[in-house]
Structures are given as structure tokens and as C-alpha cells.
Design a protein around this ligand. Structure first.
Ligand SMILES: *[C@@H]1O[C@H](CO)[C@@H](O)[C@H](O)[C@H]1NC(C)=O
Ligand SMILES: *[C@@H]1O[C@H](CO)[C@@H](O)[C@H](O)[C@H]1NC(C)=O
Length: 149
């Protein structure tokens, strides 16, 4: 029995590492959607819930029809950011928080950020997906769309 449990845990860990968090029972998954707007070259802070999850991964996709790629994660061994995140600006994942900060945000960073968070609770694991649709605009002083020709 112990061996089965260990195998199951190992299998779960491998799924987490290869595909992000995957929990088969959809009743234990919550989906939260939010919108964010920011100006290029400023700092954006993307929220992933109010308490620190046990495990989490941030993924990015250009649109909801594109595939998602991992940006940053913390599987309990400390925060890690991946090379893709560096193409969007200057990424930062602080210790003890699941918020993804991107300083000097670039135009390419417009898109959908999903934080897949797993919380280990007394009633078993709960997974929450936080989707943030980020739109970006240029600096105000570029006078874009002011109507003058
Ligand atoms: C992170 O949380 C742990 C456990 O609560 C604490 O011991 C540690 O000091 C915290 N680290 C930082 C940088 O806040
Ligand atoms: C962002 O900053 C860079 C470097 O300072 C500058 O060249 C660029 O014009 C800025 N972009 C916008 C949209 O403000």
C-alpha cells in the first residue's frame, strides 16, 4: 500500500513537472479571471491569490488559442524564472509570494498569464487557475490618437 502511494505521488510530481499542475477531478478546480492594463516600460505585478500556494506555475500564451509556455514556478524548492520570462521584460518572483512581477514590461508581454496554484488543504488538494489578460499601451506622452495631423 505504501508503495502504491509513493508511486502515485511520484506520478503526480512528474505530471506537475512536465505539464503544470494536473488534478483529474474537475470539482476541485476553481477558475478566476481578471483583466489588467499597463504602460510599456513600467512594472506589472500579476497576482496569484492572496495566500502562498503549496506549488504554483505561471504560464503565458499570446492568445487563448495559442499554446501556453512556462514563465516561472515554485514547486517548493524556491522561486525559478525561465528564459521566456526574460523576453517579456525583467521578471521577478519573490520568496514567499506567488505574484509575478515584471519590470520594464515590453510590448511582446501583452497576452494571457495563467497561474496554476495547488493548495494543500485538510480536505485534500485544491487547484485554482488565475487567468490575467494583460493589455499594454505606449507612454501617454506619445500623443497617439490625439487627432492632430
Ligand atoms: C519565508 O517564509 C518562511 C516561513 O514562513 C520564513 O521562515 C522566511 O523567513 C520567509 N522568507 C522571507 C524572505 O520572507
Ligand atoms: C521603453 O524604454 C526604452 C529604453 O528606455 C525606449 O527606447 C522606448 O522608446 C520605451 N518605449 C515606450 C513605448 O515608451
Amino acid at each position: 500500500m505504501g508503495i502504491h502511494l509513493e508511486r502515485a505521488l511520484l506520478f503526480c510530481t512528474l505530471l506537475v513537472l512536465t505539464h503544470g499542475l494536473e488534478i483529474p477531478d474537475p470539482d476541485h478546480i476553481d477558475y478566476i479571471r481578471q483583466q489588467a492594463k499597463a504602460v510599456i516600460n513600467t512594472t506589472v505585478s500579476l497576482k496569484c491569490g492572496s495566500s502562498m500556494p503549496t506549488l504554483f506555475i505561471w504560464v503565458f500564451s499570446k492568445t487563448e488559442f495559442d499554446s501556453s509556455e512556462a514563465l516561472a514556478y515554485n514547486y517548493g524548492l524556491g522561486p525559478k524564472t525561465l528564459p521566456l520570462a526574460n523576453t517579456l521584460g525583467d521578471p521577478f518572483l519573490a520568496v514567499n509570494t506567488s505574484s509575478l512581477q515584471i519590470m520594464q514590461i515590453q510590448a511582446e508581454a501583452e497576452g494571457i498569464y495563467t497561474c496554476q496554484a495547488l493548495y494543500d488543504t485538510d480536505k485534500g488538494p485544491r487547484v485554482t487557475f488565475y487567468y490575467t489578460h494583460l493589455s499594454l499601451q505606449g507612454q501617454q506622452n506619445t500623443a497617439k490618437g490625439s487627432g492632430s495631423v
